[in-house]
Write a protein that binds this ligand. Structure first.
Ligand SMILES: Cc1cc2nc3c(=O)[nH]c(=O)nc-3n(C[C@H](O)[C@H](O)[C@H](O)COP(=O)(O)O)c2cc1C
Ligand code: SF4
Length: 518
């Protein structure tokens, strides 16, 4: 049997040098006259081990990583094609603790095979969910998704089945499925990993959404910073169309569904669903007032499902194994699994899919391994740039929508950024206001004006100018933004600002006192 070597080609692994490693391996194979098949898979998500090269042996896959081009000669010398020992030897991928501790439902296939092999997708259970869906009445598909307890993974955590039911129940000659792949939150890369590592699961999820709601056309709105994801999705859509997964008769059924990929122009606010719709329609990315809900009047005024990549990519497993199977994972009202993206100053950064319920401390200390700098963890921002900063004293918070909300935080798209004790939380609070000022769409006053005033007032605090009075003003301003903004960009910016002030008051002391304290 010709040996198979797996080298990831997703943008995370490429950024860490996977292409150079692939070339070095090709060269070495040639020089040694050895025949082997190189498969470019996606990443499994342990970015601290990327580029992670795997070899298929008689006893299963063996992984090595992180591999540099300079390791390649010694890899061959140590017989890696048959799983030989080497300083970068990691053993069977599923036994590596970072993977062994995960529960992979949505990411079950991600990183294992060539993402564009439909046969490989099917061999690992792909298309079974869609197969079931085409044989069911639309209302029963919606019922399954509702009963699974799946909530939107884009940030708001709205029940997916309820959204689908609104679209199903709304009459319309044309309905749409829009996939939100804008993924603008800091520390997030789950959407990108799926699009680059297992694109058919998203296509399958979108086709199921179409069948469930009567939508025949779908669009994936991808951020422009994701050229690899765009290329992979375009190729995957063409393959799916050719194979009859998409088209006038999805899997030979009477249901029609087709889709296209669209690239955004680069604005954080275009991840907000109504702004995204404007952008998709070719208009300026400004937030629309709700109502009407997009489910009733969405893209081009038609009933539209807008869901995040992970929400849609979680549907195939629900339709394959049933609502009860999915619902069995998780805690409280947070059902199923959540792909947590661990980033920032952290030793073991990567994607960790697990049932809801792990504590923040378990995620940061046990899974993440603490900071990369080796210094104590000071703060963790959960939920992207609009998420709260949690101190160690809140590390017992379980990863659950309601538990985070109780502590004035949010899960968002489940990205977490770790900071060590050198972080200055006043600077972080200022950054949040500045981010909001730059990214504001300008439609409403609390956000458009408030964020700029917020930067100015925090600058006064930093300069020690009437610090107490100005901090009170920031609090007042945050309340106005929280309750008076039209969308969550202005409405949630108070989370990082107020959590910094509440949990790290020492960083907001007037300048001379801060210097004395240091
Ligand atoms: C400023 C802002 C940015 C957002 N960015 C994203 C994004 O990048 N991706 C996403 O899926 N949802 C984003 N959302 C949430 C969407 O508005 C919407 O709730 C989501 O796409 C719905 O899908 P879901 O129910 O599957 O989560 C953003 C919201 C706001 C207010
Ligand atoms: S909160 Fe900001 S981004 Fe949202 S509508 Fe108002 S101005 Fe636009």
């Amino acid at each position: 049997m010709i040996p198979r070597i797996y080298i990831p080609a997703d943008s995370g692994a490429l950024a860490l040098g996977a292409e150079k490693v692939a070339r070095a391996i090709e060269k070495e194979l040639k020089e040694r006259g050895v025949e082997a098949k190189i498969v470019r898979n996606g990443s499994r998500g342990a970015y601290f081990l990327e580029p992670m090269v795997e070899v298929a042996t008689d006893k299963g896959r063996v992984a090595y990583g992180p591999i540099k081009p300079s390791d390649v000669k010694s890899l061959f010398d140590s017989g890696f094609l048959t799983g030989g020992h080497h300083k970068r030897w990691l053993g069977a991928p599923d036994k590596i603790p970072f993977f062994a501790k995960q529960t992979r439902l949505t990411f079950a296939r991600c990183g294992i095979n060539d993402p564009l092999s439909l046969d490989a997708y099917k061999s690992l259970g792909g298309l079974r969910g869609l197969q079931n869906a085409v044989a069911m009445a639309p209302a029963d598909v919606v019922k399954q998704v509702t009963e699974s307890g799946l909530r939107g993974r884009g940030g708001a955590g709205f029940p997916t089945g309820i959204k689908w039911k609104t679209v199903l129940d709304t009459a319309g000659a044309q309905k749409y499925i829009v996939c939100n792949a804008d993924e603008g939150d800091s520390a997030t890369f789950a959407d990108r990993m799926i699009m680059e590592g297992d694109p058919f699961v998203l296509i399958e999820g979108m086709a199921i959404a179409g069948i469930a709601t009567g939508a025949t056309k779908g669009f994936v709105y991808v951020r422009s910073e994701y050229p690899h994801a765009v290329a992979t999705m375009n190729k995957a859509v063409a393959i799916a169309r050719k194979a009859g997964v998409l088209g006038l008769n999805v899997l030979s059924s009477p249901n029609a569904f087709d889709m296209e990929i669209r690239v955004g122009a680069g604005a954080y606010v275009c991840g907000e669903e109504t702004s995204l719709l404007n952008s998709l329609e070719g208009k300026r990315g400004v937030v629309r007032a709700k109502p009407p809900l997009p489910a009733i009047q969405g893209l081009f005024g038609k009933p539209t499902v807008i869901n995040n990549v992970i929400s849609l990519a979680s549907v195939p497993i629900i339709m394959d194994k049933g609502a009860a199977y999915y619902k069995d994972f998780g805690m409280g009202r947070s059902r199923g699994t959540i792909p947590i993206q661990i980033a920032g100053n952290v030793k073991h950064g990567g994607l960790f899919e697990t049932a809801f319920g792990l504590t923040l401390g378990e995620i940061v200390d046990d899974i993440g391994g603490g900071t990369a700098s080796g210094r104590p963890v000071k703060a963790v921002q959960v939920g992207g740039p609009l998420g709260a900063y949690f101190p160690r004293s809140l590390f017992d918070t379980p990863f659950d929508y309601e538990e985070f909300a109780k502590r004035d935080g949010l899960i968002g798209h489940a990205g977490i950024t770790v900071f060590d004790d050198t972080a200055d939380m006043l600077k972080q609070a200022r950054f949040a206001m500045e981010f909001c000022a730059i990214e504001s769409c300008g439609k409403c006053t609390p956000c458009r004006i408030g964020s700029t005033r917020g930067v100015e007032v925090l600058d006064k605090v930093a300069a020690g100018i009437e610090a107490e009075k100005n901090l009170a003003l920031v609090t007042d301003l945050c309340n106005t933004m929280k309750f008076g903004s039209l969308c969550a960009l202005g409405g949630f910016t108070p989370y990082p600002v107020m959590s910094s002030i509440t949990h790290f008051p020492e960083d907001f002391k007037p300048a001379p006192a801060r210097v004395a304290a240091e």
